[in-house]
Design a protein around this ligand. Structure first.
Ligand SMILES: [Zn+2]
Length: 269
């Protein structure tokens, strides 16, 4: 796509002259109110023409100027990273054009988790890969390749637990620390317990869903990346809900709360 830095239309888009009924000349009133007036009582051909005009304005002005601004900001950010000789820690995730496994397009976005700035985003079409499920990995690959080509070093990346992503990072980027996003884990745990709690027999599990989900966050946030400590804190919840608050493990021996009252679950003996 041609990118015009001063919002000028691309050359192949400048063939419209005033005799084209779809073409709106410079200075024309295209405010929202005016567009609404144009729509009021319009016939189908009029609506189609308005849509054509809208699409033309979008591709002529909005897309090129947005792209130009994005590329400029991205290049400034990348230059700063390299100038400081620093590496970055990323968070990445994909989104699809439709839910389920039939999406035609997927995008993958990586963000610098220390500055909360989006570093890169890549678009993948499902026919570029084996199927739509593979778009997530392909998007991540393109993001990392882009950063690598530009000389930016990635030390850490946080993603969901997508199996292809796990394998790819383990085999192709063994020096990059791969972390799982606690939000995805906590969400999965909450949903499972909430569903279980809907049955009469396990209603108490539902009462614990929010607490257990919050516990996942606390385990990750309070352990400074110590995996074994996270594991011991996480499994201690099985003791805690049955009113056992100590003897969880050598790294995490007892709960850190004071006297509390909860819907304790009586262990089956
Ligand atoms: Zn406890």
């Amino acid at each position: 796509m041609n990118c015009q830095t001063d919002c000028e239309p691309a050359e192949d888009q400048m063939n419209c002259d005033d005799s084209d009924p779809d073409w709106i000349p410079d200075g024309a009133d295209i405010t929202e109110n005016n567009c609404n007036r144009m729509d009021a009582g319009n016939t189908e051909p009029d609506k189609a023409r308005n849509l054509t005009t809208y699409n033309r304005l979008q591709s002529t002005y909005i897309v090129p100027s947005t792209l130009s601004c994005w590329q400029f900001q991205q290049s400034v950010y990348m230059a700063n990273i390299k100038r400081n000789g620093s590496s970055i820690k990323l968070g990445g995730d994909a989104r699809c054009s439709s839910p389920g496994h039939t999406a035609k397009y997927g995008s993958y976005t990586v963000m610098d988790v220390q500055t909360a700035k989006v570093v890169d985003t890549q678009l993948v079409q499902s026919n570029e890969v084996k199927n739509s499920y593979n778009m997530e990995l392909e998007g991540l690959k393109r993001c990392l390749q882009f950063l690598q080509d530009d000389g930016v070093q990635v030390t850490d990346i946080v993603t969901d637990r997508h199996s292809q992503v796990k394998k790819y990072l383990r085999t192709d980027h063994p020096t990059v620390n791969h972390w799982f996003d606690v939000w995805h884990v906590a969400k999965g745990v909450y949903k499972k317990l909430e569903t279980l709690g809907k049955s009469k027999k396990y209603a108490q599990a539902g009462l614990w869903a929010r607490s257990v989900s919050n516990h996942v966050y606390w385990c990750a946030a309070s352990s400074e990346g110590n995996g074994e400590l996270v594991r011991q804190k996480w499994t201690s919840i099985l003791n805690h809900i049955t009113v056992i608050h100590e003897g969880h493990g050598d790294l995490f021996q007892s709960c850190q709360h004071g006297d509390i009252s909860r819907n304790w679950i009586k262990p089956v003996i």
